[in-house]
Design a protein around this ligand. Structure first.
Ligand code: GLC
Ligand code: MG
Length: 587
């Protein structure tokens, strides 16, 4: 073949591919997860059924109807497994049993049964990277019991030539401050822990570990779950030791002088390794095989990854292999954190996902979780509806962290009440920089004692101070609230082919307004416009898209907006107050 012909053939193929995709999108029905509204429950803080101040499974079961009313598709639960609760369930001592504070396996089966009756899907948190040091596996590994010797990442460490003192194998740091290596007297070796000392890293270079963790997946699939949110995936593998059996040190990042802070190092050797991507493909095979053998709907994998796009996107799979259904898109969480929320930072976040995502894959949008400050606090209370609208209007799946539908804000937690290991490992003066407790305060159901979350004298974390006005009871009774707006958004999504299958165009207008148009031939256009700045402005949507009709119908507006539902809005001149956001349609 003559070299010059190559590009022409290539361009034709691309053009054909594009045409196929467009026509396919109008006719293909999507699989359940592709347009799903996922809702994250933090079980410890959702609903307490037995008055001990700690949320539990029966509490969740008693509130599944609430999720049904919201209209969400699936709930993903942060860990509910047996755990000493050093990292609130992310330190699992028995992957096959339920934490007694949260209930029993029977309670879990009831939860699934009730969810099935309501046609809600339940997704569990899979914590593959580490187990609790109280796990039987770890205890056996410490004793070098047959079959468990290499279950974890063990190393002799190095003897310092000048002092003769034994030191950790490398300078690696854990996520919650300090060395990632812990000495065990009994075994006379160090083990690796990328998180707390009590969270020992499993050794994925041991095929027994790989097989064991697949057993964990199948065990919960057998209990009827619809898939997994996979925890802390990018840290699954570390670099292999060098030819002398030594682990190389990480280089310095130059980002901070705080030598105990993980960001002090580059973390290139202990994060984002290629082997990790392959492991996620193997888990996908477990999901697909399970469905082939047992039938039922697709079991999904959602991957937790804070990594550069080039790495994150590989989790989707490639032309020859399927990967995770959805690697979480944390761009909306991470971009505004560094530059402040603005139309520009939102556009960057959206670009960074949509322009990097491999074709044929499904996007997703996340604005909060149990590791971040609450969305309303981060983006500003005034932008609550604008942000909830955005994740529902953009293409693909949306993810809500409990309370975002209410506009719940961060609770303030004193040093004495602090629970999170990330904060406890700091000190009284600095803990607020690290703490994740503020977004974990109890869910706000009513204006009553403990916001209706618990009858206990003291809840495991205190309530956020705004619970008397920001809660389900008040917001359901109101004619318009963050909650009613959230529900209308889900309703709109469920009934709209345009939102489900349509194309997407977006831009920044007047520097502070972000606008998104969704369109699909033969169906109404949907336009989202939000003023993310601090002052009023007037936008001309025809400047954004000359093909828009001169007026559109107001479908949903943010809480303080004066525009009425059903009103015709002149698109060439829309005045928006700070935080005002609208969803308009062409009906
Ligand atoms: C994930 C979890 C976080 C936990 C960590 C260790 O990042 O979201 O809460 O502390 O993994 O399991
Ligand atoms: Mg309880």
């Amino acid at each position: 073949m003559q070299p010059l012909q190559l590009p022409i053939v290539f361009i034709c193929l691309l053009a054909l591919g594009q045409a196929c995709q467009d026509s396919a999108s109008t006719t293909t029905t999507k699989d359940w997860w592709e347009n799903a509204q996922f809702y994250q429950i933090y079980p410890r803080s959702f609903m307490d059924s037995d008055g001990d101040g700690i949320g539990d499974l029966n509490g969740i079961t008693s509130k599944l109807e609430y999720l049904k009313e919201l209209g969400v598709t699936a709930a993903w639960l942060s860990p509910i497994f047996k755990s000493p609760m050093v990292d609130f369930g992310y330190d699992i001592s028995d992957f096959f049993d339920i934490q007694p504070e949260y209930g029993t396996l029977e309670d879990f089966r009831n939860l699934i049964k009730k969810a099935n009756e309501l046609e809600l899907k339940i997704i569990l948190d899979f914590v593959p990277n580490h187990s609790s040091d109280e796990n039987e596996w770890f205890k056996k590994s410490v004793k070098r019991e047959k079959g468990y010797q290499d279950y974890y990442v063990w190393h002799d460490g190095k003897v310092n030539a000048s002092t003769g003192v034994r030191e950790p194998p490398s300078n690696w740091l854990q996520a919650f401050r300090g060395s990632a290596w812990e000495w065990v007297e009994e075994r006379q070796q160090y083990y690796l822990h990328q998180f707390a000392v009590q969270q020992a890293d499993l050794n994925y270079r041991n095929p027994d570990v790989v097989a064991q963790m697949k057993r964990v997946l199948r065990y919960w699939l057998n209990e009827g779950v619809a898939g997994f949110r996979c925890d802390a995936v990018p840290v699954l593998f570390e670099v292999e030791p060098d030819e002398n059996g030594q682990y190389p040190d990480e280089g310095l990042s130059g980002l901070t002088d705080d030598v105990d802070n993980r960001n002090y190092l580059k973390n290139e050797l202990i994060e984002n390794r290629p082997e990790t991507i392959d492991m996620s493909y193997q888990w996908r095979t477990v999901m697909d095989d399970y469905q082939r053998i047992h039938g039922g709907e697709t079991r999904v994998l959602l991957i937790e990854t804070y990594a550069p796009p080039a790495y994150t996107m590989q989790f989707y799979g490639n032309r020859s292999v399927e990967g995770a259904h959805l690697p979480f898109n944390f761009n909306l969480i991470t971009v505004p954190a560094s530059s402040g929320v603005s139309a520009g930072s939102i556009k960057t976040a959206v670009d960074n996902w949509l322009l990097n995502m491999p074709s044929g894959r499904t996007a997703n949008w996340v604005i909060g979780n149990h590791d971040q400050r609450r969305a309303a606090s981060r983006y500003g209370v005034a932008n609550t509806d604008a942000m909830n609208m955005l994740v529902m209007i953009l293409p693909g799946a949306s993810v809500t962290y409990q309370g975002e539908e209410l506009g719940m804000t961060d609770g303030w937690i004193s040093w004495e009440d602090t629970q999170d290991p990330a904060a406890c490992n700091a000190n009284e003066d600095t803990y607020e920089e690290f703490t994740r407790d503020p977004s974990r305060t109890p869910f706000q159901w009513t204006s009553d004692t403990n916001a209706g979350f618990s009858t206990a004298a003291k809840t495991w974390l205190p309530l956020a101070s705004d619970y008397e006005t920001v809660n389900v009871a008040m917001e359901s009774a109101a004619s318009k609230s963050h909650l009613t707006i959230y529900k209308s958004l889900i309703e709109l999504r469920k009934g709209s082919k345009t939102l489900q299958n349509g194309a997407t165009k977006y831009a920044v207008l007047n520097e502070e307004a972000f606008v998104v148009k969704r369109y699909l031939s033969g169906y109404p256009i949907i336009v989202y416009v939000a003023n993310l700045g601090n002052a009023s402005l007037t936008v001309d949507l025809q400047e954004f898209d000359t093909t828009l009709a001169s007026s559109l119908t107001m479908e949903i507006s943010s809480l303080d907006s004066q525009k009425t539902e059903g009103a015709l809005i002149e698109v060439s001149s829309i005045a928006l107050s700070a935080g005002e956001a609208l969803v308009l349609t062409s009906i």
